[in-house]
Write a protein that binds this ligand. Structure first.
Ligand SMILES: Nc1ncnc2c1ncn2[C@@H]1O[C@H](COP(=O)(O)OP(=O)(O)OP(=O)(O)O)[C@@H](O)[C@H]1O
Ligand SMILES: [Mg+2]
Length: 628
């Protein structure tokens, strides 16, 4: 299905519009101008680049003095045995790993000194396919466009989506959910998600691994075509030595060192083997240092051959069309912006925010398990509170009106007092129970939110999604949950249990504790290595709320004062209790040794907890975390 033109406009008008937008974009990036035409030649160079880590107080060079040149319109393979540093080298080029020494140049520009490539100029396809499983192929691509490309109007948006789906062969399966796709289709989707910005540098990590030979060949062909359509460099990391003839160059890495980089047909000759498959066993026969030395000796010969072969391929077409005297482009019927488009502009903060916010809702609604769990918690928890309190519900509004003031009266009214103390204890317990359930809801809201989709987020961050906007979209999404859960719990229990406190006070403190726990667990989620780790830590945090609040069992004074500031449940409980009507407050105070605090202080502490959680979450989302 091809969406085509949705509203009015002839193909001619659309073409002119595309042409105009393309030209404006190219002008903004300084690669096309009204009075000059030129060639867009992307060239990547690494000069004696190291990536070094510390292991047992010693420097280990994961990438050891890498020097290489890649011309534009080039399709290059990085091959080598498992663990030799292929992904590390690719991440170095992508800017995910920062070089420890040496330089990386793009068109002669030193990236570490003069700033990285724009997010839209790089496409990075990580080793493991990542997309939202419950969204369709088309929805994933649309989401990528919304987050990473500024488009002008619906037509341009859908045209871009269509173009990307068609160029990756995904058009026939565009409405399938990702979870049912085959391995090869998922790899195509990973490529499609990166192609939306027309990146000048496309970096692919093992996009063919685990595929059958036919699918592998198809994907390699697709990458080859992608390197030809635009003046684009496509680098593919692979440990497979099949289909090498499609590449312009092959780089062999061995223990972090470059031991060959040249035309694929010269590979067998260089290593003195009959076929490419024999290269790895051959590598193992010499030390990597020796291989590196010998490569440094021969490099210039092989490079000359490779670079002159690159020159021999047809010149890239000019990116800028002819212009008239006023500097306006003259429309060329053969000019196809799709073929020469420049990398897209990253959308503004609000566009990204709404794209993330609405996508989150869509994913939530599609996830049946999540939906049922949230509904069960929402409806079940207040009922649980009431069940535990069935005996006392009716009694709560019947606190004895005779309040003894003398010993004599006290004796007379002993039963009434005992009853009142019991009721006050019930009220206090009920409040705490509600509070604890709200903390449980909070932990369920926040714990997996970021950790569960971290690899996708990291990739989107690399593609230009702003961490603050991402966090804001999470806060907006979770705020709806916190609000609904707190209103429902407060209202339900307030009406049925008739707790002697104003609804506003009850709601405020339940809302604040839920928000505090959601926010702290969101912070944990942003710092955790995996979603399971985040869940576990969040559950522990909830588990500690009850004993450490001191509301049920009194804590030793010192421990109480040390731990209490961090226990949200305590401040919420104390806030509601302080707002109880005064008779109850007196009996609750008589019945517990836990210190009481003015409700406004409780509210302030809970707000501080919320802000603390958000701060931790912000630090967490900013920090790169590709591997947990
Ligand atoms: N940031 C890092 N800190 C410590 N060690 C790392 C880091 N990144 C990679 N390594 C280690 O460096 C080595 C090379 O890893 P890399 O992922 O680059 O290998 P690879 O060639 O891509 O392997 P494979 O073919 O299995 O994907 C591995 O031993 C890996 O554990
Ligand atoms: Mg790898």
């Amino acid at each position: 299905m091809f969406r085509g033109l949705s509203t009015g406009g002839t193909p001619g008008t659309r073409r002119r519009l595309e042409f105009r937008h393309w030209f404006d974009r190219a002008k903004n990036r300084g690669i096309a101008s009204g009075d000059e035409t030129g060639y867009f030649r992307a060239v990547l160079e690494l000069k004696e680049t190291f990536f070094t880590i510390q292991k047992d107080d010693e420097d280990v060079h994961l990438i050891d003095s890498a020097t290489l040149t890649v011309p534009s319109r080039h399709f290059m393979a990085i091959v080598g045995p498992s663990g030799c540093g292929k992904s590390t080298l690719l991440k170095l080029i992508a800017g995910i790993n920062v070089e420890s020494e040496g330089h990386i140049f793009w068109e002669g520009r030193d990236l570490s000194e003069e700033g990285d490539l724009e997010p839209s100029e790089i496409g990075y396809v990580p080793q493991f396919s990542i997309a939202y499983e419950n969204l369709t192929v088309e929805e994933n691509v649309e989401s990528s466009v919304r987050l990473r490309c500024k488009t002008h109007g619906r037509d341009e948006f859908y045209d871009l989506v269509d173009r990307v789906l068609e160029s990756t062969g995904l058009d026939p399966i565009r409405s399938r959910p990702v979870r049912v796709l085959s391995g090869g289709q998922k790899r195509r989707l990973s490529l499609a998600l990166e192609l939306v910005t027309d990146p000048v540098l496309l970096l692919c990590d093992e996009v063919t691994s685990g595929l059958d030979p036919k699918s592998e060949q198809e994907i390699v062909k697709l990458m080859y075509e992608l390197s030809r359509k635009q003046n684009r460099i496509v680098i593919n990391v692979t440990h497979s030595l099949a289909n090498l003839e499609l590449y312009d160059s092959v780089l062999v890495l061995h223990e972090g060192k470059i031991v060959y980089h040249g035309q694929p047909r010269a590979l067998d000759h260089y290593f003195g083997v009959d076929e490419a498959e024999d290269v790895y066993p051959r590598l193992a026969k010499r030390k990597s240092d020796d291989w590196q030395k010998s490569w440094n000796k021969h490099r210039s010969n092989y490079y000359d051959a490779m670079l002159s072969a690159a020159k021999a391929t047809p010149e890239p077409k000019p990116i800028a069309p002819a212009t008239d005297d006023d500097g306006n482009p003259i429309e060329d019927p053969d000019f196809d912006p799709a073929e020469f488009s420049t990398s897209a502009e990253t959308p503004g903060m609000f566009s990204q925010f709404f794209a993330l916010f609405f996508r989150r809702w869509k994913i939530f609604i599609r996830d049946g398990g999540q939906l049922i769990l949230q509904m069960a918690i929402l409806i079940g928890f207040p009922i649980l509170v009431i069940l535990f309190d069935l005996d006392g519900v009716d009694a709560l509004d019947r606190l004895s009106e005779t309040i003894p003031t003398t010993v004599e009266q006290y004796e007379n009214e002993k039963d009434a007092v005992t009853n009142n103390v019991k009721l006050a204890g019930l009220v206090s317990g009920l409040i705490m129970f509600q509070v604890i359930l709200l903390t449980l809801m909070g932990s369920n809201n926040g714990a997996r939110e970021i950790a569960g989709e971290r690899p996708i987020f990291e990739k989107e961050k690399l593609g230009g999604v702003r961490p603050l906007v991402y966090l804001a979209s999470k806060v907006a999404f979770l705020a709806v949950f916190v609000l609904v859960q707190s209103v429902w719990m407060a209202g339900f229990v307030w009406v049925i249990c008739k707790i002697p406190v104003s609804f506003v006070a009850m709601f405020t403190f339940l809302f604040l504790v839920n928000a505090a726990m959601t926010s702290i667990c969101l912070g944990i989620s942003s710092q955790a290595r995996t979603a399971d780790q985040a869940s576990l830590l969040s559950i522990y945090l909830v588990g500690f709320q009850l004993p450490l609040s001191g509301a049920v069992l009194a804590l030793p004074t010192l421990i109480g004062w040390l731990t209490r500031p961090f226990i949200s449940a305590y401040w919420s409980w104390a806030g509601v209790v302080d707002s109880l009507n005064s008779d109850y407050l007196r009996y609750v105070k008589d019945g517990t040794e836990t210190p009481f605090v003015a409700s406004w202080i409780c509210a302030a502490v809970l707000v501080a907890h919320i802000l603390f959680g958000l701060f931790i979450a912000y630090v967490g989302v900013k920090k790169p975390r590709w591997h947990g």
